[in-house]
Design a protein around this ligand. Sequence first.
Ligand code: SF4
Ligand code: SF4
Length: 73
Amino acid sequence: MGIKSFDQNLCINGCRICIDDCPTDVFAPEPATGKAKAAYPEDCWECLLCEEECPGKAIKISLAAVRKLYYPF
Ligand code: SF4
Ligand code: SF4
């Protein structure tokens, strides 16, 4: 499932941490505002890096795929 929620209102304009650090480039900048958008949410690996590092607490990640991998019952 990956990204459970993303609140762009909480995104701090120009921070770019999620854009620069996501290993699968899920996030991209909105040209008009400089805020991040979840451009490719289907590519999320559920590594939690963006949720941990976002200073605005704008991103919530679901661990559904990871749980299914380790607890498939
Ligand atoms: S890490 Fe958070 S505050 Fe920074 S660009 Fe991404 S969503 Fe916005
Ligand atoms: S959890 Fe990891 S892979 Fe998924 S969007 Fe965040 S940084 Fe990218």
